[in-house]
Design a protein around this ligand. Structure first.
Ligand SMILES: C[S@@+](CC[C@H](N)C(=O)[O-])C[C@H]1O[C@@H](n2cnc3c(N)ncnc32)[C@H](O)[C@@H]1O
Length: 177
């Protein structure tokens, strides 16, 4: 996957692309998602930009259905299906969800990165994710999302949430259902 990140020029890989240092997320994505590589999974990513990561997902997961969301109306990508809207617009998110029988295997939030954006999308989408919800670039929102998820853990004890576990890294979290 790391070679594909470099090939398609997304900064999720270990190498610098377009003058931006690589974040190395591909090492974690590969570790956690390699077993799903050839499965017919459905992946939703918030934040498409030029489509680099959608191209990477599409080649790494050849049997996956790829869906992207971006607020920028100029967003275009030949890979996957793109919906234009704001990740904090819950009516917009509901329309996207309803188009996919209310189910995605993996959801990745690489959108605006502000805590309120992350939280709003997470709460709107959590019931629609089957395997894992990933939030990238957590350094932008500081400790807020960590604290928020810690509260979620309190709910896990009370069995009020479907979250089974959370893997936290410096700037990325994998939330398992
Ligand atoms: C870091 S870029 C995505 C990069 C892409 N995932 C990749 O790795 O190639 C973030 C994208 O999120 C979009 N974005 C920012 N705020 C958003 C929001 N509120 N709702 C949806 N998309 C948003 C931006 O337009 C931008 O294209």
């Amino acid at each position: 996957m790391d070679n594909l990140a470099f090939k398609y020029k997304t900064d999720k890989g270990t190498r610098s692309v377009n003058g931006t240092s690589g974040k190395g997320y591909t090492l974690l994505y590969e570790k956690y998602f390699k077993d799903f590589r050839y499965a017919p999974i459905r992946i939703l990513e918030i934040g498409v930009k030029s489509g680099a990561s959608l191209r990477m997902w599409s080649e790494y997961f050849p049997n996956a259905e790829i869906i992207g969301i971006d607020i920028n109306p100029a967003t275009k990508c030949e890979v996957g299906t793109i919906y234009i809207g704001d990740q904090t617009d819950t009516d917009f998110l509901k329309k996207v969800i309803d188009g996919y029988e209310g189910y995605f295997d993996i959801i990745i939030d690489d959108g605006g990165h502000k805590f309120e954006q992350i939280r709003t999308s997470f709460e709107a989408l959590i019931d629609s994710v089957g395997i894992c919800y990933v939030v990238e670039d957590l350094h932008v929102s500081g400790k807020k999302f960590f604290n928020y998820l810690s509260d979620m853990f309190a709910l896990i004890q009370g069995k009020k949430t479907k979250i089974k576990s959370v893997h936290f890294y410096k700037s990325i979290a994998f939330i398992w259902m």
